[in-house]
Design a protein around this ligand. Structure first.
Ligand code: PEP
Length: 271
């Protein structure tokens, strides 16, 4: 099993200066209609465009993606899908391919979100999706996260497996197209009691970087941005980013409330 504290010393001294900051809004299956989607995006775009050090990525439901990307490509703002299929086209009822997502001018794709894994998405399926998305020029936001923590640290092995299996056959050349989102399942959504403690987030960032370095064996693996997600709000943004040492945040519920999401973007950008 990985010894996290032993990794801290080595990894702290790599230059993370090239990494940009990210704020990703995962709208999930919200809002209910296109007018509301336009309203939320219109409320956020000015703040996001002004946040020069931060890339804001909006991941709405597929059905609103085209409408929003057509509103214009502001600087510092990108769009992402919340999922994709691993084939380009064909008899796959209800699925959307990476090529179609690219065709809608979206550049990112969230893959392996726990809410999809809970519907039966395995690490193998996640891996097929990751490879298909990368092949088609999308940047992948690969979500990993444990359902619970145990005193023996079994969850660390679980996270390592999610990374190794999710990234199987991904090449070193594709590393610039990769972001990792650490999202502990117990910290996600309305039923969560709290977000992960910033200190624990930092440990997981170190774990992710260590595993990526082991898999890819190049320093570029240490430049893969790692973001945190799970009960992010304006109130905990600063400590999560500063003490958690993440390259940004994946925001669920709070990304639908314009004032909250704008505040989160501003705080991240100012750090
Ligand atoms: C998420 O679903 O990715 C998420 C982080 O949700 P929330 O911010 O609502 O906990």
């Amino acid at each position: 099993m990985l010894n996290i504290s032993a990794c801290v010393f080595v990894l702290q001294y790599f230059d993370m200066g090239k990494i940009k900051k990210f704020v990703i809004g995962n709208w999930k299956m919200n809002p209910i209609d296109a007018d509301s989607a336009i309203e939320i995006f219109s409320g956020v775009r000015g703040t996001a465009a002004r946040a020069k050090e931060t890339r804001t990525i909006i991941a709405p439901p597929f059905i609103f993606l085209n409408t929003l990307t057509r509103m214009g490509n502001d600087k510092n703002i990108s769009f992402g899908a919340q999922n994709c299929y691993f084939e380009e086209k064909g008899a796959y009822t209800g699925e959307i391919s990476p090529t179609m997502i690219k065709g809608m001018s979206a550049d990112y794709c969230i893959i392996g979100h726990s809410e999809r894994r809970s519907l039966g998405e395995t690490n193998d399926i996640v891996n097929c999706k990751v490879r298909a998305a990368l092949r088609n020029g999308l940047t992948v936001i690969l979500c990993i996260g444990e359902a619970e923590r145990d005193a023996e640290g079994v969850y660390l092995g679980f996270l390592e497996t999610e990374l190794r299996e999710g990234l199987a056959s991904v090449t070193k050349k594709q590393l610039p197209q990769l972001l990792i989102a650490y999202e502990p399942i117990w910290a996600i959504g309305k039923s969560a009691e709290k977000s992960c403690a910033p200190r624990d987030v930092h440990e997981m960032v170190i774990l992710v970087r260590k595993v990526l370095k082991d898999i890819f064996r190049v320093n570029a693996a240490l430049e893969v941005p790692v973001v945190y997600g799970g009960s992010v709000a304006a109130q905990n943004t600063e400590e999560l980013v500063r003490e958690g040492n993440v390259n940004g945040l994946l925001v669920g519920g709070a990304s639908l409330v314009v004032a909250n999401f704008c505040k989160i973007i501003e705080i991240v950008d100012a750090l």
